[in-house]
Each structure stands twice: as C-alpha cells, then as structure tokens.
Design a protein around this ligand. Sequence first.
Ligand SMILES: [Zn+2]
Length: 660
Amino acid sequence: MLDSRARLYMRACDLLLTNALVVTMDERFTIHRGGAVAIAGNAIVAVGQIPNDVEAAETIDCRGRIVMPGLVNAHTHAPMSLLRGLADDLRLDVWLMGYMMPVEREFVRPDFVSLGTKLACAEMIRSGTTCFADMYYFEDAVANAAASAGVRALCAQTILKFPTPDASSYEDALGATREFLGRWKGHPLIVPSVAPHAPYTCTPDIFRSCAELAAEFDVPVHTHLSETALEVERLRQDYGMPPIPWAKKQRLFDARMLAAHCVHVDEGEMRTLHDAHAGVAHNPTSNLKLGSGVAPVARMLELGVNVGIGTDGAASNNDLDMFEEVRLAALLAKGISGDPTAIPARTALAMATRLGAHAMHLGDITGSLEPGKRADLIVVDLDRPHSVPRFEREADAVYSQLVYAAKSTDVVDVMCDGRWLMRGGRLQTLDEPELQRAAGDVARRIDAFLIRREQSVLQKLIAIGGAAEQESYEIQVKARLTSEERVRRGLESEEIAIIRAVHYHQYDTYFFFDEPDQGRLRYREDEFLDDKNQVVTARARLTLTGPSREEAFGSVLLFRSRFFAPAHQSIRFYREYFKPAREREVEKDRRRWLVAYRGVQFYVHLDRLLNPAAPGWFVEVKSRTWSRRDARDKAAVITALMAHLGARPEDAVEADYVEL
Ligand SMILES: [Zn+2]
C-alpha cells in the first residue's frame, strides 16, 4: 500500500504510529494488521507496512490498538451543548418556539457561543470526533473556539427570516455572513459556510441570496431539509412542492449542499440530491427523539448519495457521541426495514468517516487514512472486556467490533491536522474542569430565567414572540335579551352613528390556571362572514385577561390588563406550551358594530351562544378607557346607550360566557 511518492517523504517523518490494526476507511476498505501510519507536518505521508529504515522524530507503538480516521459529525449546533437537557420530550414546535428560541434570544452572545463550542469540542474529542459540520449564530465565535481547540469544522452562519440573537433582519445577517466568509476562507481547519436555516424559517428570497453568496465565495451551503412531515405538508400547501424541489428552484443545489435530515423524501427527491452531488446528514437520535421519522438512508446510499451521520445539537440528542450515533444508524435501518442486512457495520462506519467528509465537501482532505490527506485520526484501545475475544477469520469483523461493541470511552488518542488533541485520555487543548464550571454557571442563569418565566402566563406569552405587550383598561356591560329586535331598532336611532359593522363566527378556547392571579388565556378563531353567511377570512389571536374586575359603576365594570398577541401557532401548540389546568370552549355568532354615541366610540356586540347553547341573545357594550375618571364618565354614557338598545339594568349579567 506504499506508493513511491510516500517513499520519498519517508526518510524523515515527524511521527510514526506502528504495530496498529490500521482501519483506513478508504474506498477499498483497506485494513493493515500490524500496520503503520506515517505523518509529516499536518499530513499523512504513508499508510501500511513501512520499511525499517525510516527515520521518525517520534515513534509510538500501537500494539493492541486500532488506528482509524477521526469520526466526522456531519450535522450539529455545537454551542447548544449549553442547552443540553433544558427541555425534553416535547413536540418540535413547542421545543423550538417555546423553549430553544426564547432562551437563545435571551442568552446567546459571542461568549456563550464560544463556551458552548469549547464544551462541545471537549466532548467530541473525547469521543473520537475530529471534524464537525456546525450551524449556529455568531459563527465567528464557533470558528474561533473550534480552531483554538484544534478541531476541523465546517462553520455555517445561520440566516432566518426573523430577528436572531446576532441579526435584527435577514439583510443584516446576509451582510455579516459575507464578512464572515471573507474572514475565514482559506483557514487550515475552518471552512466557512452559509446556512439558510430551513424552508419553514426562511423565504425563497433568503434561499436564493444564500445560494448566490455560496457561489460567490465558493463555499458549501448547510441547511435543514424535510425534517418533519408537517414541514413538507406546509410547503406543499404554500408553494405546491416539497422542500427538495423547492430548494432546487431557489438554485440552492447550484452550490455544494449539505442537507441535514432529509427524512421525508421520495425516490425522485433522492435522485435530485444525488444528481446535485448534495451531501445528506442523517441524524438518527434527533429524528427519533423529536418523533420526526426515519430517513430512507439505505436507499440514498444505494443511489450513491453521500450520506454522513450527525448528532444534531446537544439540546435534541442529548450528547455528541458519534459511536452511539453510528450504532443507532446501523440498527435503525434494520429495524425499520425488517432487513438485518441493511446498513452493515462497515457501511455505517463509512458514513461516520469518509462519506460524512464527502457530504461536507471535505472528502479530499479528511475522512480516511490515505497519503496526502490531513492527519485526522484516532487510536482506539481494544484491551477491554467488551472488546474480547476478537475473531480474525474475516477481516470485516473489525467493523462489527467498532460499531456494535466499542464505546467512545475506548478512544485513547486523538489527532487533528497533525496535532494531538488527546493523549492517553487527557485533553491537550482544552481545560475541562474550567469549561464544566462555566457551563454550570450558565445553567444556573438559564434556570433562574425559566423559573421566573414559567411562574407567569404573561411572561410565557411574551417569550414566544407575539410579544405585543399591551396593557389597557376597558369598561363593559353585558345584558341578556329575549329578542334581538330592540337592539337592531335601537341602532337605527338618530343619536347613534354606525361607523362599521362586522359579522363573525367565533370559536374560543379558554385556558384556566390553578392560580387565579394568572388570569385566563383565550385562544380565539374569528371567521368573518359575508352577507350570505359565507366565511370570507379567518384569524386567530390570543388574549390574556386579568384575574378580576377593578371597579363597578352600577352594572358597568372596569377591567384591567388585557394582552393581545396574534396566534401564529396551533391550539395544540398553546395547550402543550401553557399547560392549563382546565379548558372551556365557547362558540358564538357575533354581530359587532363600532358606533359613536354622545361623542364617544363604543363597540356593540349582539351575541348568540351556540356552544354551550343558551336561549336568547346577549348585548354587550365596550369601550377602551385610560383612567378611573374617564371610566366613570363613560359608564354613564354606556348606561344610556344600553337603554337605547332595550337592555334594562336588571337584565345585566355579570358573568362571562364561560361562567354562565
Ligand atoms: Zn439541526
């Protein structure tokens, strides 16, 4: 296996690893028993049986050990190591929008990102990973931390359609990414990249701009595609096509693509990925844990797609252990297909090394032990009870050994770019006790933030965006009527000017909480009806109402604290996020008039309760107010207005519909 070019170098190399079981993971899956790896500078100069006359500055005897390429983690969010275990066993949207993004908005700064990346690197080095594909905010800080830890990384700066911890708009994010690419291009360890986050968090415009930027700097694009069935369904609804053709339409495949997940893809989409030379990162733990499904990786590999394996972020895994991930990838393919020959150990290990490197478009420099590639390698100790006995009848047995029996803790030495990152189980570039202490500090601060937030429904409402914090006072009165005639006739009165009239069908879900001080949260879906009672449009909003009335002026009541937010998520999302103690549903037909009466504007509602069904009609008059005095003045006007509408003071009902 020794080529002539290697022989020339061999007279003097810096380091010689000898007597090892060398598992090269090259195209031919070459294995050398009692083999050697020679390293000069940051490169591998020879692999195999090395002549005796070689002069090496240092020789290390690797008897009883495997020397193999460092593992390649093809998709992660390294700084999220600091969010490990923060919120688990939740649906993707509740987990992401309810916990990850609010905490990220509050805490993610360059120092957080730097610490999180170093912690992740410590974990990755310990478990034999020498190269990872990252996607996060403040990617400069990720790149700096990875470079200082000595780990190879594809660092992709995230771009989203909404404000992020590091950019107030996507135009800002694009500008910053351009500078980032310029700064890191050509670095020996870091490959800068651009990451439009996902189709559901970006616009076609963002995807197109990112593709152009990647082409301009000749760097890869890293994104999430087809992670959940919901994502695919929504994109079909909005654009009439699933994510892969959608991304292709935005010319993303003109760039060197690394697509994470690809769980819900069909045969044609897999062919598109292949034809575009796109890399795919399979994330078995993350996909299982978030209930997203299982990517058809066996078929992708058959088609010749470069499929690597990733851990995804530690917040959704919850570790960065590639040994676990490789084993799971091999087992999952069998379990899902009922075919025990699917993804054999050797293939799984190739995915975690050479194929992963190709998926990241770094296959020319890492992912296998071959002369000319960078010296990215690990030494695995076989002298452990779970590694014996060893059968040598079939050379491939070593792959089973590594995938089904070995553990990340068997990794004793790790080298990246010719530099030792771990020797004899000791990290060489990172201060583990210090990182662990600092991570503990961050956890305490995040705990305090979430404890504060979880105590208050209002704070939770603000945390998920909407964030239309708006406090107001409102006076209102409601009365039960046996006929709607009087209201309609009353509105025709000359003293009342109708400014606007609307007809709705309203579906309300009220969330109640154990502590009455929290108030109640109402999720309302309004359907606007036309003259023929057909639905024209619909909208959904959330309203948090204070616990009780402030004051009463006769039957007119003063309420405080109503917070409105548009409801972008489903009722199911809010239920899982707010975890109410009880719920009530109210459905009604509402006619609403905005009227002017004695110089004041009021809303008049004429309601018919459909669920729970109640006889008769209800008339309600409301107005915004800003002080007690204003409220008292308006209360007098409201009382007169109610008389016009045929409601006597004794018809007033104090109870809300949910209490009737
Ligand atoms: Zn991800």
